[in-house]
Ligand binder design. Structure first.
Ligand SMILES: *Cc1c(COP(=O)(O)O)cnc(C)c1O
Length: 224
């Protein structure tokens, strides 16, 4: 078995164990393997090991990779910042968009001809320049705009825990924001949170979608 396949198996085993410890069912968790900067061959190896959900963060890297892999039955997730002029193209291959954070992106997606699923990205940093909405009001306003489209199914909230913050604190904040969103939109109950360094904390705080890269794929061949 390849190193990548072995790491996939060990993460899925750890995930099952962590769910048991947290009183959750592994069936409620979608493990998205983030394959940014890795070639299509890595996706194929992971597919052969059983992975079905894959995530990418840059359209220009993702588009040719997805095109190489059309014969595999994969679900592509887009986890990076979405430029509104790329939103339509991204929605051609990604059926789940984790990083809806602006009116212009929602408006662009409102005009596509099929349905996609989306998360509202929360900004947990103090830097307003980072992707994501800053507070509950902004989240609810964006949620209303999403609900007014006929093309986006709102799944819930997404966040990246800032490196300088205790992940417990970060994911508690995400859980609180999720509760606020659920009060307004009961079906938008999913939480996309948890990466290689902190996914166990995310499980304990209700994450339904994990986005795990390096601890499965290994170090990225190039950074960016
Ligand atoms: C790269 C990336 C991940 C995966 O990060 P790892 O630390 O490699 O697990 C998850 N979410 C987003 C938004 C990313 O850009």
């Amino acid at each position: 078995m390849s190193d990548v396949a072995e790491r996939w198996q060990s993460i899925t085993a750890e995930l099952t164990a962590e769910c048991a410890r947290s009183g959750r069912s592994a069936d409620e968790i979608t493990l998205v393997v983030v394959t940014k900067f890795h070639p299509a061959s890595v996706v194929t190896e992971l597919f052969n090991a059983g992975a079905r959900h894959f995530g990418e963060s840059r359209h220009q890297d993702a588009a040719p990779k997805v095109a190489e892999l059309t014969e595999l039955d994969l679900t592509w997730h887009f986890v990076g910042q979405i430029q509104s002029n790329k939103a339509r193209a991204i929605a051609q291959y990604a059926s789940v968009l984790h990083s809806l954070d602006r009116d212009s992106v929602v408006d662009a997606l409102a005009k596509i001809e099929h349905r996609v699923s989306g998360f509202i990205e929360l900004n947990l940093t103090d830097d307003p320049g980072r992707g994501g909405v800053d507070d509950a009001n902004a989240m609810l306003t964006l949620a209303d705009r999403i609900m007014s489209t006929e093309t986006i199914d709102l799944l819930g909230v997404m966040a990246v825990a800032p490196q300088e913050v205790d992940p417990e604190e970060a994911f508690e904040r995400v859980a609180t924001m999720s509760q606020i969103l659920i009060q307004a939109h009961p079906n938008a109950a999913a939480i996309s949170a948890g990466m290689s360094a902190d996914w166990q904390h995310a499980i304990r705080h209700g994450a339904t979608h994990l986005r795990i890269g390096t601890s499965i794929t290994g170090k990225r061949p190039s950074s960016g």
